[in-house]
Design a protein around this ligand. Structure first.
Ligand SMILES: N[C@@H](CCC(=O)N[C@@H](CS)C(=O)NCC(=O)O)C(=O)O
Length: 187
């Protein structure tokens, strides 16, 4: 049994997709990050960086429980556990790794900032003075990253390794929020 600590965000959805695709039995625990439940000491014991997603696999290495945090690490853990969605052939393996790291190191964090400054920050009553600068910076970077992905997918059916992998699962949920990141897919 796998316990999944999650919320309805792209980082949470990545792990739901992988667990469903692998047919693994899991128990979701919803963490309300708007209410600050990520700072609960019991959750911090599992995810010390106070962020979802996290899992506890009760049947980890050697049959012992293991706690995992960071969505990229969780995807790699589940792929290694099941032997699914991370091809073993070296060229395909490294192609998957580089696109997975592109997502967790760039696409996710930059789109997260674009989303924050375009969708959340304008709602603040105190009106942050740096807002136009931040919006321009992260909207431009979000659009640059989507452009790269678009050109790559023009001649690839999947992001990596010519097959459905954990890299697709990591990238897809972020693209669903394109309008709130101020990315026009038609462009
Ligand atoms: N690098 C982390 C990012 C996770 C992340 O940003 N989680 C957000 C929700 S999408 C969160 O839990 N935020 C709560 C907080 O920062 O207090 C990962 O890929 O797992």
């Amino acid at each position: 049994m796998i316990d999944l600590y999650t919320a309805a965000t792209p980082n949470g959805q990545k792990i739901h997709i992988m667990l469903e695709e692998c047919g693994l039995v899991y128990r979701p625990h919803w963490i309300d990050i708007d209410k600050g439940e990520q700072f609960d000491p019991a959750f911090l014991a599992i995810s010390p960086n106070n962020k979802i997603p996290a899992i506890v696999d009760q049947d980890g290495p050697g049959g012992r429980p293991i706690a995992m945090f960071e969505s990229g690490a969780i995807l790699l853990y589940l792929a290694t556990k099941t032997g699914k969605f991370l091809p073993a052939e070296p060229m395909a393996y490294w192609d998957t790794q580089r696109w997975l790291f592109w997502q967790v190191g760039g696409f996710g964090p930059m789109l997260g900032q674009a989303h924050h400054f375009n969708a959340y920050a304008p709602m603040r009553p105190d009106g942050p003075v740096v807002l136009p600068y931040a919006q321009e910076r992260y909207t431009n970077e979000a659009n640059r990253l989507y452009g790269l992905l678009d050109r790559h997918l023009a001649d690839h059916a999947y992001v990596a390794a010519d097959q459905y992998t954990i890299a697709d699962m990591a990238i897809f949920p972020w693209c669903r929020l394109h309008s709130r990141q101020r990315v026009d897919l038609d462009a």
